[in-house]
Design a protein around this ligand. Structure first.
Ligand code: AMP
Ligand code: ZN
Ligand code: FE
Ligand code: FE
Length: 302
């Protein structure tokens, strides 16, 4: 038997809140796809930054839907926590009645033209959500639209969307959870669904480029039209998101190959929303390997 250890000196793995203060490893952990309460995430920008830092994320990209409203606060919080912050966005484009999510990075956050375009995008979101509430109403589900939309209307930089309706349906006891809300009411083909109107992917690429940024096709597996990637590349797409929580290893390998074949850059991230509907892993649970990050920085001239 060795020398008895004095009480309290046993090595323990930090857990719970203590882990947040454990020394961070120097290994890069790059997550370029996350959401906050500025769109449909559950964490404030401060909380997201804290969780990312605690998870050891060293480079954090914030990509709320159609808004950059969370970026200023996230930048301040990340700075304080020693996390490199990358402002970004996930813009919803429409192609053949399908949503195509386009990630933007390295653009001018203050571009008047881009901010005006995002304002139009959010106005279309509000109009669509209102129409979906009307459909629910016609089916005997009476929800107080104005109180649901209030936080989104009071702050014109926030993006409302179907998840807001889904949560109202849960809160009203009409469905058990958000998944059921989509399956019964809100998904294409269901009674409350209203198709989206909006910009084409090509228009979105142009708007982000005009603001000095680069564009990446988010989670291509969910777009389910790989044959669109080559024409998108012709139209100016810079990158595809090969690393994503909805991609298994085979899908990631396939999209890495597509990127190589088409000369596209590669992005990646967890798509963390702090809810159970998006993968379930924390910030950094899906990460972009460093060489791809270095290529993005080189393209962005950083
Ligand atoms: P919207 O932009 O208003 O059309 O809402 C799209 C968002 O709804 C997506 O980004 C997801 O967060 C969420 N969503 C879509 N389909 C589902 C589903 N089946 N279950 C849970 N959330 C979903
Ligand atoms: Zn989302
Ligand atoms: Fe998305
Ligand atoms: Fe996302």
């Amino acid at each position: 038997p060795g020398i008895p250890r004095a009480a309290g000196t046993a090595r323990r793995r930090p857990s719970g809140p203590a882990r947040a203060f454990a020394p961070r490893s120097s290994r890069p952990l790059i997550d370029l796809h996350t959401h906050t309460t500025a769109s449909d995430g559950r964490c404030s920008p401060d909380e997201l930054a804290a969780r990312a830092a605690a998870a050891g994320v060293t480079v954090l990209g914030l990509t709320d839907h159609d808004t950059v409203a969370g970026c200023a606060a996230a930048a301040v919080a990340c700075e304080r926590l020693g996390v490199a912050f990358v402002p970004g966005i996930e813009i919803t484009a429409v192609a053949g009645e399908r949503d195509v999510h386009v990630l933007g990075y390295f653009f001018d956050l203050h571009s008047a033209a881009l901010l005006a375009f995002l304002g139009e995008q959010r106005a279309r979101r509000v109009a669509r959500v209102r129409e979906m509430f009307e459909r629910l109403d016609a089916h005997g589900i009476h929800l107080d639209v104005e109180s649901v939309l209030k936080p989104g209307l009071e702050d014109s930089t926030r993006s409302v969307g179907r998840p807001w309706i889904a949560r109202a349906l849960v809160a009203g006891g009409f469905v058990r959870d958000v998944s059921e809300a989509f399956d019964r009411w809100l998904s294409p083909g269901r009674p409350a669904f209203v198709p989206r109107e909006g910009a084409t992917p090509e228009e979105v690429f142009a708007r982000v480029h005009e603001a000095g940024g680069i564009v990446s096709l988010a989670h291509p597996i969910l777009v389910r039209h790989d044959q669109w990637i080559a024409p998108f590349a012709e139209a100016g797409l810079d990158a595809i998101e090969a690393y994503h929580s909805d991609h298994d290893d085979a899908a990631t390998a396939r999209y890495l190959q597509v990127a190589a074949d088409l000369g596209l850059l590669v992005t990646g991230g967890s798509d963390y929303h702090a809810d159970d509907e998006h993968g379930g892993g924390g910030p950094g649970s899906v990460a972009l390997p460093r060489p791809h990050w270095d290529r993005l920085l080189a393209r962005a001239g950083r």
